[in-house]
Design a protein around this ligand. Structure first.
Ligand SMILES: *[C@@H]1O[C@H](CO)[C@@H](O)[C@H](O)[C@H]1NC(C)=O
Ligand SMILES: *[C@@H]1O[C@H](CO)[C@@H](O)[C@H](O)[C@H]1NC(C)=O
Ligand SMILES: *[C@@H]1O[C@H](CO)[C@@H](O)[C@H](O)[C@H]1NC(C)=O
Ligand SMILES: *[C@@H]1O[C@H](CO)[C@@H](O)[C@H](O)[C@H]1NC(C)=O
Ligand SMILES: *[C@@H]1O[C@H](CO)[C@@H](O)[C@H](O)[C@H]1NC(C)=O
Ligand SMILES: *[C@@H]1O[C@H](CO)[C@@H](O)[C@H](O)[C@H]1NC(C)=O
Ligand SMILES: *[C@@H]1O[C@H](CO)[C@@H](O)[C@H](O)[C@H]1NC(C)=O
Ligand SMILES: *[C@@H]1O[C@H](CO)[C@@H](O)[C@H](O)[C@H]1NC(C)=O
Ligand SMILES: *[C@@H]1O[C@H](CO)[C@@H](O)[C@H](O)[C@H]1NC(C)=O
Length: 497
């Protein structure tokens, strides 16, 4: 205990000095370069000192945690088992996430990270991340209120391309005594092999029994993983490419992987117990023939979480094109979208999907309205028709706003040191709110207003730096939000809901 208090005061001192240095250096220091001090532990004190002029966003978004530190903190945590176990024994941990990590195609190795944070900002959480099959990793983390942790996951736990068509035991489990959020990220380790992806891990409470697969495939390998949370989970998978339904059963923490060099979109997964379904591509060109290659993956939402109204914008601070892809679950689903003054209407049958390339002006808002629930994904185009690289994000339906008032989320650093990589938060704020009332890390931030959609949601974007951030909503507003990081050669995006 004594030693801990000592460490705390040392880090507070280091922090104060570093912050002073930082303020003095603001105009010349690049915001994205990791710095060797810990903002994390003395977050509230830091704010008073960090009154950067509003024209210089970096300080307000100053990363709260850095991976280097986090790794040190993790090892500190595990070595200090005495204090950790005291916390552990007092509280029961429950499993909140079960997931697998699909392969990313890299020339050599891949770096895999998980970010965890408490769901409610005034709670501490005791978290454990482990594999039921492998002895390592078994990682214990104590999350102090409002702080996020980045953890690196060793590669032996990841799915391999040869796992396609197999049942496997490579599930990662996250258990905690308090509700937490989790996000995953991968990038090729080599700095000359710029490929990345990120996804929000859906908690057990969001898993369903009825999924339609939606992903993109032009030249790469489509991949889908289905993870069972309970024993004797019966699975029926119908793929458009195959006449016969596949009948499988999975035990708890087993998963089934399928895919290949074809588009698996429109595959139907029906189960008798809730499962997690993730879909993506190990590296592909969007659209076909583009020069860049980037992987992407998302945890899919089951049909009960689909929506009928969507508004879509470019997630980049530029006029980057993207492909909108839609899948329907009912016959005769009538879908209409407005792109500027042009109105297009299509009718989709059950399990049928549609792709539409959107050529964007910087501030245009595309709206999609449907007679029945649909799943909509946005795929950023690669370099030749965009300022960014390939990424995938499920568009949050209008009806699915973020419920908590405060949410902690990560911006993952990309190689080399995130230089020239821009990260943005795009928000849709319901008519009863204003984006000026949203703060990041308790600071007012500079927003760029994109416009209003027909449901009177205001869409705005702000800049983010690498690290852990906390978005707070003031008042009774509902928001939807997407995080995107990009560079012409490397991109990822993920939704906060
Ligand atoms: C969180 O943990 C800190 C010690 O790290 C402790 O001082 C504080 O009381 C805890 N808060 C809650 C809500 O448990
Ligand atoms: C997964 O592990 C369990 C327990 O060891 C075992 O019974 C099961 O057969 C394994 N499944 C696969 C697909 O290897
Ligand atoms: C899978 O299909 C079989 C045969 O059509 C059906 O009896 C069973 O209920 C289905 N299982 C699920 C989980 O829907
Ligand atoms: C949708 O139409 C197809 C082909 O006409 C039919 O086989 C299927 O049963 C229909 N589905 C529903 C839910 O009505
Ligand atoms: C609308 O359609 C016209 C004619 O097809 C086309 O020239 C124009 O680019 C379209 N506008 C948008 C915003 O897609
Ligand atoms: C439009 O927004 C309001 C809240 O501002 C919401 O209650 C309503 O359901 C939304 N409309 C649609 C079509 O989702
Ligand atoms: C977004 O782009 C505009 C125009 O290129 C630029 O003026 C602005 O500074 C950019 N915003 C950020 C936060 O990068
Ligand atoms: C929200 O923003 C509006 C406009 O900026 C402001 O008038 C209002 O007081 C804010 N509400 C809260 C609860 O901060
Ligand atoms: C917040 O707004 C929703 C509808 O927009 C309403 O149902 C709810 O009662 C409001 N809550 C509070 C605390 O005002």
């Amino acid at each position: 205990m004594n030693q801990r208090a000592k460490m705390k005061s040392i880090s507070k001192f280091t922090f104060t000095v570093a912050c002073l240095l930082y303020i003095l250096c603001v105009p010349t220091v690049q915001a994205k370069k990791p710095r060797p001090f810990q903002c994390t532990k003395t977050k509230s004190e830091s704010r008073k000192n960090m009154q950067a002029p509003s024209s210089i966003p970096p300080c307000t978004h100053e990363p709260i945690t850095y991976e280097d530190e986090m790794e040190t903190m993790t090892s500190t945590m595990t070595s200090k088992t005495d204090s950790v176990t005291t916390v552990n024994s007092a509280t029961e941990k429950t499993v909140q996430f079960v997931f697998t990590i699909l392969p990313v195609k890299c020339r050599d190795t891949v770096t895999t990270k998980i970010f965890v944070a408490t769901r409610y900002p005034d709670e501490n959480a005791s978290v454990e991340i482990f594999s039921p099959t492998f002895e390592t990793p078994r990682i214990s983390v104590f999350l102090r209120k409002g702080n996020g942790h980045f953890l690196e996951i060793p590669s032996h736990i990841l799915l391999k391309p040869t796992d396609i068509g197999q049942k496997v035991n490579k599930t990662l489990v996250i258990a905690s005594d308090k509700l937490i959020v989790a996000y995953g990220h991968q990038h090729c380790t080599s700095v000359s092999n710029w490929r990345a992806t990120a996804f929000r891990v859906r908690p057990l409470s969001e898993l369903g029994n009825d999924y339609w697969v939606l992903t993109y495939q032009s030249e790469g390998v489509s991949q889908v993983t289905i993870v069972a949370a309970e024993d004797n989970t019966l699975l029926n998978i119908s793929m458009p490419s195959q006449l016969e339904t596949l009948f499988l059963d999975l035990d708890k923490h087993e998963s089934y992987v399928f895919g290949g060099e074809y588009d698996v979109s429109g595959s139907h997964i029906v189960t008798d117990k809730p499962v997690l379904t993730m879909a993506g591509n190990s590296a592909d060109k969007i659209p076909r023939g583009n020069v860049g290659l980037d992987p992407f993956v998302e945890c899919l939402s089951d049909v009960t979480k689909w929506g009928r109204h969507f508004s879509v914008v470019s997630l980049m601070n530029t006029s980057s094109n993207y492909i909108l892809k839609i899948v329907a679950a009912e016959n005769e689903t009538t879908i209409r979208w407005t792109d500027g003054h042009n109105v297009t209407q299509i009718i989709l049958g059950m399990g049928k999907f549609y792709e539409h390339e959107v050529i964007l002006h910087r501030n245009s808002i595309l709206e999609v309205h449907s007679s029945d629930p649909i799943l909509v994904a946005q795929f950023s185009n690669g370099l030749t028709s965009s300022d960014a690289d390939e990424s995938m994000v499920l568009v949050p339906p209008l009806s699915h706003g973020i419920e908590p008032k405060v949410i902690t989320f990560p911006v993952f650093s990309l190689p080399p040191d995130g230089e020239n990589v821009d990260s943005f938060l795009t928000v849709w704020v319901s008519s009863d709110g204003h984006y000026g009332n949203l703060t990041i890390d308790d600071q007012q931030v500079v927003w760029r207003e994109i416009g209003k959609d027909s449901n009177d949601s205001t869409i705005a974007q702000t800049y983010l730096s690498v690290g852990s951030h906390t978005l707070s909503l003031v008042g009774n507003v509902s928001i939807r939000a997407i995080v995107s990081s990009y560079h012409p050669w490397i991109s990822y995006s993920y939704p906060l809901t």
